[in-house]
Design a protein. Structure first.
Length: 94
């Protein structure tokens, strides 16, 4: 899998509707646990309209934003290539 380490603990993210900016809490996008790189595919729970996971199992999401990391600006901010179709706060990232 490319993207975020599955074990991200208490990391959550927020996105405004129609925005490509992801703001993290306890995220360490540059320096820590995520091991993110530009070009990685990530999933943000509740921020889009894609299905993610296996229906009937924990973590299944019918409103996920599946997108690609375009830039990592800091430990708490990244830019993705698809805008959120729904605003989220406290969302999980994988």
């Amino acid at each position: 899998m490319t993207g975020v380490d599955e074990n991200v603990g208490d990391t959550t993210v927020a996105m405004a509707i129609n925005s490509t900016t992801v703001t993290g809490t306890n995220s360490e996008f540059l320096t820590g646990k995520h091991n993110l790189k530009v070009g990685d595919t990530i999933t943000i729970s509740g921020a889009g309209s894609s299905k993610s996971g296996v229906e009937g199992y924990e973590g299944y999401d019918e409103t996920a934003l599946v997108t690609t990391v375009q830039a990592i600006n800091s430990d708490t901010e990244l830019i993705v290539n698809h805008a959120a179709s729904q605003a989220v706060s406290g969302a999980k990232i994988s």
